[in-house]
Design a protein around this ligand. Structure first.
Ligand code: CAA
Length: 258
């Protein structure tokens, strides 16, 4: 299917979604969010895809929600439309792993969108920030919440109160991104990482993702109990038998469910 604001391709078992609104630095307008939701629906339904990479351009992953589109909205508009949550949360409900590959600006909604992904790989050019305060508003898609959990109160508060932008190195030190990659290799490395995940047992990958996400929603003791139950349930899969047998027999596992 043809999209207006994104490019979609598959690379082996990996779905690659590229935000593609270059003139607006990939500002996240309603049409782009709708395109993204449809692409994620299709990739989730496609058995040949095991993991997804979400990326932007060299200059911008995304420079935020579309300021021109939202500037004239009234309180009633945003309240009745449930602006900005509606549609955006689709990234967080995707059961297959979604990796954000961030080059250049990830500001406002762009930073929030990257944080909705399962982890962030960053080019050394990546810049993260929540500059909403500088345009008279606050983040509306998790910037005060997810950023605080990722980097702690002090940095999150400073970024939300001043709009200060964090470079890739600081973001890695603070735990916002998992790794920094040279800009020219960002996509190939992100796809290789997604491919590695797609080669593992799909149900077990989904279980691991569910467990890590649980850590953000519950207490430590409840999370550990949840993890143990899911760990036990991996023993009901053929892939656990195959994975452990392959280790013992010193061979590469051949997972059935991937
Ligand atoms: N919305 C709409 N258009 C945007 C945009 C945005 N968030 N960010 C950039 N653009 C547009 C610019 O208006 C410009 O378009 P025109 O050529 O038609 O004027 C084009 O993209 C290029 O941008 P610049 O000329 O500004 O490029 P630059 O290199 O000089 O600066 C930048 C880059 C620092 C990222 C700057 O564009 C910028 O500050 N953008 C806005 C960042 C921002 O405030 N984001 C938060 C948005 S609010 C939000 O996201 C709410 C939420 O929580 C969901």
């Amino acid at each position: 299917m043809a999209y207006e604001f994104i490019l979609v391709e598959t690379r082996g078992p990996v779905g690659l979604i590229t935000l593609n609104r270059p003139k607006a630095l990939n500002a996240l307008c309603a049409g782009l969010i709708a395109d993204l939701g449809k692409a994620l629906d299709d990739m989730e339904a496609d058995d040949n895809i095991g993991a997804i990479v979400l990326t932007g351009s060299e200059k911008a992953f995304a420079a935020g929600a579309d300021i021109k589109e939202m500037s004239g909205k009234s309180y009633m508009d945003v309240y009745l439309q449930d602006f900005i949550t509606k549609g955006w949360e689709r990234v967080t409900t995707c059961r297959k792993p979604v990796i954000a590959a961030v080059s250049g600006y990830a500001l406002g909604g762009g930073c929030e969108m990257a944080m909705m992904c399962d982890f962030i790989l960053a080019a050394e050019t990546a810049k993260f920030g929540q500059p909403e305060i500088t345009i008279g508003t606050i983040p509306g898609a998790g910037g005060t919440q997810r950023l605080t959990r990722f980097v702690g109160k002090s940095k999150a508060m400073e970024m939300n109160l001043t709009g200060r932008i964090m470079d890739a190195e600081e973001a890695e030190r603070a735990g916002l991104v998992s790794r920094i990659i040279p800009a020219t290799e960002l996509i190939s490395e992100a796809v290789a990482t997604a491919e590695k995940i797609a080669g593992l047992s799909r149900p077990v990958v989904m279980m691991a993702k569910e467990c890590v996400n649980k850590a953000y929603e519950t207490t430590l003791s409840e999370g550990v109990k949840f993890e143990r139950r899911v760990f036990h349930s991996t023993f009901a899969t053929e892939d656990q038998k195959e994975g452990m047998a392959a280790f013992v027999e010193k061979r590469t596992p051949n997972f059935k469910n991937r």
